[in-house]
Design a protein around this ligand. Structure first.
Ligand code: DAK
Length: 260
């Protein structure tokens, strides 16, 4: 896979996807959105990939937002097209059958914060800054920020961040549940790889079902969500991994999962 705006490295079941536009702090223009869409479409079908890490190149930014220079002249129809591309990408990442970890190595603003929130987990370097500063530019978050931020940190805090456009530090992001953990900048990728390796060693079907149960379950009432979880639990028993996982426990040995 070769992309103009991305670097992709696959090793030991983990794909590292690096957005590579450091001169513009990895801002998302149409080409980056399309590259990311193609990359995730391909990675989700790649059997040698169990987990994906998404990060930005350079020490300063994960993604400093949608590309303001590219957006400024858009008319309403073009802006809606741009927003749809962004929404489709966020949904693709969110519904990716493999867990996606955002390794946030600096500014995650606007579309960058939205991209990080579409990932399953966010590990923040201590220099990370999160925010939805769109109101400073006369627009609102356009790639699902109003939806995902309020679901992640609650309505009141999401409104405060979106209405004020304030940035929060990595520590504050951790405190309010936007970041899963904060690590020293030099340890960021090692931490992300360590989490990814831990996940990659589990039964891939079980991890995928767990992601589905959490994401879809949160959008249902408890009754339906409970039945959905029970169905997915039942489906696990149609896999070789369930037999192997439980047999390995009984044999007091490490399970060897195959994803079947
Ligand atoms: N877009 C384009 N270029 C950007 C950029 C961005 N979002 N952020 C930074 N850059 C560029 C700068 O222009 C500069 O380029 P040169 O001047 O060197 O050519 C280079 O990156 C380095 O940036 P700075 O010189 O500004 O670096 P500083 O350290 O001084 O400041 C900063 C870093 C992150 C605080 C600052 O760059 C900044 O405030 N950037 C903008 C952050 C921001 O507002 N992000 C939100 C973008 S709006 C929608 C669809 C989507 C969206 C909304 C609606 N619809 C279609 C409905 C989403 C909107 C957004 O994401």
């Amino acid at each position: 896979m070769n992309f103009t705006n991305l670097l992709i490295d696959v090793a030991d079941g983990v794909a590292l996807v690096t957005i590579n536009r450091p001169a513009a702090l990895n801002a998302l223009n149409i080409d980056v959105l399309k590259d990311l869409t193609d990359a995730f479409s391909s990675l989700q079908k790649n059997d040698s990939v169990a987990c994906v890490i998404l990060t930005g190149s350079g020490a300063k930014a994960f993604v400093a937002g949608a590309d303001i220079a590219a957006m400024q002249p858009l008319n309403a129809v073009e802006a809606a097209h741009f927003a749809r591309l962004g929404h489709a990408l966020m949904s693709l990442i969110e519904s990716c059958p493999k867990p996606v970890i955002a390794a946030v190595n600096g500014f995650a603003l606007g579309g960058g914060c939205e991209l990080a929130m579409a990932c399953d987990m966010r590990i923040a370097a201590e220099n990370a800054r999160f925010g939805q500063p769109e109101v400073n530019l006369g627009v609102i978050p356009g790639f699902g920020g109003t939806l995902r931020l309020s679901r992640l940190i609650g309505k009141g805090r999401a409104k405060e961040l979106i209405f004020t456009g304030d940035m929060v530090s990595a520590q504050e992001a951790f405190r309010i549940g936007l970041a899963n953990k904060v690590v020293a900048s030099e340890d960021l990728l090692a931490e992300a790889h360590s989490m990814a390796a831990k996940i990659a060693a589990k039964g891939p079907v079980a991890v995928r079902f767990a992601k589905e149960a959490i994401d879809s379950g949160l959008e249902m009432d408890l009754d339906r969500a409970g039945r959905f979880e029970a169905d997915l639990f039942g489906l696990c028993f149609a896999t070789e991994d369930q037999k192997e996982g439980m047999q390995a426990f009984l044999d007091k040995r490490q399970a060897k999962f195959t994803g079947r």
